[in-house]
Design a protein around this ligand. Structure first.
Ligand SMILES: *Cc1c(COP(=O)(O)O)cnc(C)c1O
Length: 360
């Protein structure tokens, strides 16, 4: 059997070229006689792997010199705690609640200080992004936190909130490297890589240098201090070495695709194929306000749970897998990250048309 089209929200598809290259290097990485999995993280060979990965990421995102790039473990979820532990000097932070991940980040911050909800789209099951142009930002807030792309609900911030001068912190797990971003607008950008960049086990943190201090909350474990990792260039302890190597390959693949401007055009084209069909379908309906639609995660429903289940089952038989929606939205969700080829989205839409004709 060949490869299927995997529409999972994460872990998700990786580019075939990247997987093939890794397979070729599996037993003997560039004449070292060993796999990257077996290699010391202090070796010359590994040093160049991690340094090149960082350099390529800096090139892709145009990361200014006053930002550090950290490759850490614990997933995006660990950042939910690490951020307040390192940034909550006044023990106050503002959170915008646009979905389940945003809420989890907020709940974790509440353990360490006063976390305020300054906007929310919970009233309509997170199907839109609230107006964030004039929010009641707390005067003593250490930062304002957003989840930029809401993986479960399929919404994305198209304009960043007006933080009134406060540091912006963003979870970009499910839109990381899907389009260019202006790093200078943020204090911290973080994301688990298993959605759009690499294998699970790595979280990337891009953090402005002045936010990295010794002054963390009392009791902060050594491993959860940004300064420890920044001072040792992500090699304080053994990093998720193989995962970082795979991320590095994806960075090179992205450069070969023409960088983030080019990948954005491809992503817009793929998403339009699906959204255009949804907008005229008599059976399927998108669940998100049009202006806030994500390019990466596309939830849709028929309005009939039995029919939804039938669709997911038959789609799987047609080689289109993991289309079941999150239980809080129901229906279906197609995650179409960078590595999903346009052909996969076309196949999905063809299948939807055919299913619609049979079931309307
Ligand atoms: C998947 C996801 C997370 C959780 O990531 P882990 O790496 O599993 O902790 C957090 N935020 C967003 C937006 C996600 O999509």
């Amino acid at each position: 059997m060949g490869r299927i089209f995997n529409f999972s929200a994460g872990p998700a598809m990786l580019p075939v070229d990247v997987l093939k290259e890794a397979a070729d290097e599996m037993l003997d990485y560039k004449g070292t006689g060993m796999s990257v999995m077996e290699m010391s993280h202090r070796s010359k060979a590994y040093e160049s792997i991690i340094q090149e990965a960082e350099k390529d990421l800096r090139d892709l995102l145009n990361i200014p010199d006053n930002y550090k790039v950290l490759f850490l473990q614990g997933g995006a979820s660990q950042q939910f705690a690490m951020i307040p532990m390192n940034l909550m000097k006044n023990k106050v932070a503002d959170y915008i609640i646009t979905g389940l991940w945003a809420k989890k980040a907020y709940q974790e911050a509440s353990v360490y200080g006063k976390a305020n909800i300054i906007a929310s789209s919970a009233d309509k099951n997170f199907s839109y992004i609230p107006d964030c142009s004039d929010l009641p930002i707390s005067e003593d807030a250490d930062y304002v936190h957003i989840c930029e792309n809401n993986t479960i609900y399929g919404t994305k911030f198209k304009t960043l909130p007006n933080t009134k001068g406060k540091t912006l912190v963003a979870d970009v797990s499910s839109c990381f490297l899907s389009e260019p971003m202006d790093v200078t607008k943020y204090g911290v950008i973080y994301g688990g890589v298993q959605k759009n960049i690499g294998p699970a086990g790595v979280v990337i943190v891009i953090i402005r240098e002045d936010l990295i201090t010794e002054d963390t909350l009392p009791g902060t474990p050594t491993m959860l201090k940004y300064k420890i990792h920044a001072d040792s260039a992500s090699l304080y302890n053994t990093p998720p070495a193989y995962g970082i190597y795979m991320c590095g390959k994806v960075f090179k693949w992205l450069k070969k695709q023409g960088g983030l401007e080019a990948i954005k055009i491809k992503n817009e084209k793929k998403a339009a194929i699906l959204y255009d069909y949804l907008d005229q379908s008599k059976l399927f309906k998108g669940t998100v306000e049009k202006k806030d639609r994500s390019l990466m995660n596309v939830p849709f429903v028929t309005g009939n749970a039995d029919l939804d289940a039938k669709f997911v089952k038959e789609a799987k038989e047609a080689g289109l897998e993991n289309l079941k929606g999150h239980r809080t939205v129901g229906g279906m969700r197609a995650s179409i990250y960078n590595a999903m080829p346009e052909e996969g989205v076309q196949k999905l839409v063809e299948f939807m048309k055919e299913f619609e004709a049979r079931n309307l």
